[in-house]
Write a protein that binds this ligand. Structure first.
Ligand code: DX5
Ligand code: ZN
Length: 226
């Protein structure tokens, strides 16, 4: 896809120095920051919430785009706090709400862009009815909960079909929709995402573990944009 954007996930960074880690990513050419919020209920892990986002916004200034990946059971609860804290996009899970329409409206009224995420086992068909009302679809390529997992389609061939077909179908039906992939994406897997039609690439450990994050970010962007 042309104009691919790269959003490092800071989940596997040095969380005691989160602000510095975010700055390091921005200095290395990150297009945006993908911030993973986990509540220990929707997923079996806990990260951070809106107070940390507020501190990051103060430290990093107004420019960096914060894509909040809300892996939480009650996404309705955090819309306003995240908007006040300085989030730019609120990406919630379709599996976590009974009423996506109301949530989309609330996110917009709070001045944020809307992202709608699905886990690997959820078909893109369920996302389609909302696709005209959202800014971005996030198709997960691992079960959410932890960084550093292996890209799904490498494990199960069946998942490859579902992923390729699903993302490609979304791209065809909704040409201007941003499509983000997240989980196990790095130099070895990014082409699969790009071929399917993704244009926003989240990458955590592949960037964080590198001694030269700038070159990894550039590589991901170049491969994706081919
Ligand atoms: C997984 C998170 C991802 C993850 C990405 O639940 O949503 O953002 O941390 O990290 P890697 O690229 O290491 O899979
Ligand atoms: Zn994420």
């Amino acid at each position: 896809a042309s104009g691919c954007k790269i959003g490092p996930s800071i989940l596997n960074s040095d969380l005691a120095n989160l602000g510095a880690e975010c700055l390091r990513m921005l200095d290395s050419g990150a297009d945006y920051l993908h911030l993973d919020v986990m509540d220990g209920h929707f997923v079996p892990n806990i990260t951070f919430g809106h107070p940390v986002v507020e501190s990051l916004r103060k430290q990093l200034g107004q420019d960096p785009f914060f894509d909040m990946h809300m892996m939480v059971s009650k996404p309705e609860q955090w819309v306003k706090p995240m908007a006040v804290a300085g989030a730019n996009q609120y990406t919630f899970h379709l599996e976590a709400t009974e009423n996506p329409g109301a949530l989309i409206k609330d996110i917009r009224e709070n001045g944020m862009k809307v992202g709608l995420a699905i886990k690997p086992g959820t078909s893109v068909e369920y996302l389609a009815p909302w696709a005209n009302q959202i800014d971005m679809a996030l198709v997960m390529t691992v079960e959410p909960g932890f960084g550093g997992q292996k890209f799904m389609e490498d494990m199960m061939p069946k998942v490859k079909e579902v992923f390729d077909f699903g993302v490609h179908w979304l791209r065809t039906q909704f040409p201007s929709l941003d499509i983000e992939v997240d989980g196990g994406v790095g130099p070895d897997t990014v082409h699969k995402c790009a071929e399917a039609g993704a244009n926003m690439i989240v990458s955590g450990s592949a960037i964080m573990r590198s001694e030269d994050p700038r070159s990894v970010i550039n590589l991901l962007r170049n491969v994706c944009s081919e």
